[in-house]
Ligand binder design. Structure first.
Ligand code: PMP
Length: 426
């Protein structure tokens, strides 16, 4: 750290914020302004954002900013009053989802959405058991942290939570991959039942982000979804990462030819404004409504819904999802080329504007330190990415959906330069 001003911020941060917060990068980044795919530091230097999926239509998109400001200046109350914008937003979202996902409730965060979806599934099925992947992340509430093994072994899994091995593409096709994954789900169900616990739900991140990013081959999810339903449980699609166009299609689970019983939304929905929610089958929602009332003070307030509505309008008007598919193909081609040229890059996974690239050591093993070296190398070249996965060795590239080819070129050049300073070519 060389900037004395940022040093003072670091010191204040250590003093004021809790120890559980983490900063990115060996040289921390201090953005002061955002515009589209760019984040600017206080000296005005532009940094290419290839990480932040929340600002899906670009940082500070003027249409979204204007919608938030206009609604905030007019009225901001809550969902216990009639208001058109809440209904317009819910209508637009539910219409974009396949039947029978017909009704929704709003929350402030993806964690709350998953927590609520789990309560709904437990209420509907009468079961308690929850199945997640072995390195899942679904959020911060007590119930959901207990179903987020990526938080580490010191965060205890819930008594009614079981994990399944993350899906692995062995190149033997979606049917074999689907059967393998479904066998893990069946084993988890069997173990729950053996302990006298009825299965309530299978909760899956549609892009398996914390498991190292697994999106393909499409349709591999179908047998696992059939398996949980046969056992009387529901399938909750966590679309907090996958939803709203990330993979080049509107919904991550729909790529797999399955429909969900409950869908949770978050991150990109408000382009940075806190708005999230649960969409459910009408019978599941009805059942929950019979046993409990639901109110969330800030969730779905008119400002939040104005933001979410504006995001969806911009997505449609600017063809953002098509862009994610088109530019995403180019991104994957460029990353494949870099991976072919460097023995330290392994498999490239992902779809649309989401990519995971394995970083390997000289013996071909997962190399977390190497991934961090590359992440920091890119940051010094003013390109922002991160690392993920069970071994922390997967480069996570997940830019705003308005990324263009020229931005991919810049990212590729920075990655090539960072590799050149670190790894020998193949
Ligand atoms: N689900 C997934 C798949 C996520 O990636 C996250 C956030 N990283 C969450 C849920 C939790 O969302 P939030 O941080 O808005 O509570």
């Amino acid at each position: 750290m060389t900037d004395p001003y940022d040093d003072t911020l670091l010191e204040r941060r250590r003093r004021l914020l809790g120890a559980s917060y983490r900063l990115f990068y060996d040289e921390p980044f201090h953005p002061v302004r955002g515009d589209g795919v760019w984040l600017f530091d206080r000296h005005g230097a532009p940094h290419l954002d290839a990480y932040n999926n929340v600002a899906c239509v670009g940082h500070c998109h003027p249409r979204v900013v204007e919608a938030i400001a206009r609604q905030a200046a007019t009225l901001n109350t809550h969902t216990r009053y009639l208001h058109e914008t809440i209904l317009d937003c819910a209508e637009r979202l539910t219409e974009s989802l396949p039947a029978p996902l017909a009704q929704m409730v709003f929350t402030c965060s993806g964690s709350e959405a998953n927590d609520l979806a789990l309560r709904m599934a437990r209420t509907f099925t009468g079961g308690e058991g929850l199945i997640v992947t072995e390195f899942a992340y679904h959020g911060v509430t007590q119930a959901i942290a207990e179903a987020s093994p990526s938080l580490g072994s010191r965060v205890r899994l819930g008594d009614a939570v079981r994990t399944v091995p993350s899906p692995v593409d062995c190149g033997d096709g979606e049917a074999a991959m689907g059967q393998r994954f479904a066998a893990g789900v069946q084993a988890a169900i069997d173990d729950l039942v053996a302990h006298g616990i009825r299965p309530a739900a299978l909760l899956l991140d549609g892009v398996f982000s914390s498991d190292g990013i697994v999106t393909d081959p499409v349709e591999f999810l179908a047998p696992a979804v059939a398996t949980i339903r046969r056992a009387g449980g529901l399938y909750i699609a966590d679309e907090v990462q996958a939803g709203l166009g990330r993979t080049g299609t509107m919904w991550g689970f729909a790529r797999h030819g399955v429909t969900a019983d409950l869908v949770t939304l978050g991150k990109p929905l408000g382009n940075g404004h806190p708005v999230a929610g649960v969409v459910a089958r009408r019978d599941v929602m009805d059942h929950f409504g019979e046993v409990a009332r639901y109110f969330n003070t800030f969730g779905g307030n008119p400002v939040a819904c104005a933001a979410a509505l504006a995001v969806q309008e911009v997505m449609a008007e600017e063809d953002v999802i098509d862009n994610a598919a088109r530019v995403g193909r180019y991104l994957h081609d460029c990353l494949d080329e870099l991976a072919r040229a460097s023995e330290r890059l392994g498999e490239v996974r992902g779809s649309g504007l989401l990519a995971g690239v394995d970083v390997l050591d000289a013996e071909g093993r997962p190399d977390a330190a190497g991934a961090q070296t590359l992440v920091d190398g890119l940051r010094r070249r003013r390109v922002l990415i991160s690392a993920t996965g069970p071994h922390g060795n997967v480069l996570k590239i997940r830019p705003p959906l308005v990324f263009a080819r020229e931005h991919v070129d810049r990212l590729s050049d920075a990655l090539a330069a960072s590799l050149a300073g670190w790894a020998t070519p193949r």
